[in-house]
Design a protein around this ligand. Sequence first.
Ligand code: SF4
Length: 198
Amino acid sequence: MNTEHNHPNAIFIQLTTRCNAMCINCPHPFTYRTINKKGSMNDDTWETIVQSLIKNNYKGQVGLYLHHEPLLAPKLFNKIDDINNKTNAFVVLSTNGSLLNEDIQKKLIESPPKTLHININSADKMQYENMTKLNYDSVINNTIQFIDIASKKIDIQINCPVLQNVDTDKLKKTISYNSSEYKFLRKLQRRTTKKYIC
Ligand code: SF4
């Protein structure tokens, strides 16, 4: 809590209800297929949020993630610009990495968010693909490429939930890079009731 203004240190904004993964450790594949209609935040709502951040001089984290894949959100890069240029807050994104192609990588570097989490459930191709329904090779290649070109500009963090039978050390070795270039976080989720990571 920011005691000066009685503000939280972090807020999270769901820009869209869309996600292209089906992670077994996430309620998204169930909730957004059966309960919540897929949709995206409209411009007026976004502008109201930005004005509120300005009015309250909010200086904390704006997490553009919460049960969705932010790289699917319309006008994502305009929204990052709004936070960076109109407010005193900063942006944190959390992605599954599958859409992190060269074009998106360039746009992220130009924006940029302060921090980008890339969530990777496992370094075992079959286990990963069974868990997420995403393409393992593509996610790993995107991640390594992005660390290579962006780690001096964006704080990149690799998140791995600690799930049963997942070898988190193997993932750390797979993304074999100078450890000072990114942070590797194991989400110790057995200690909490929360099992999803983005
Ligand atoms: S954990 Fe993230 S990437 Fe996986 S289904 Fe949930 S929102 Fe999508």
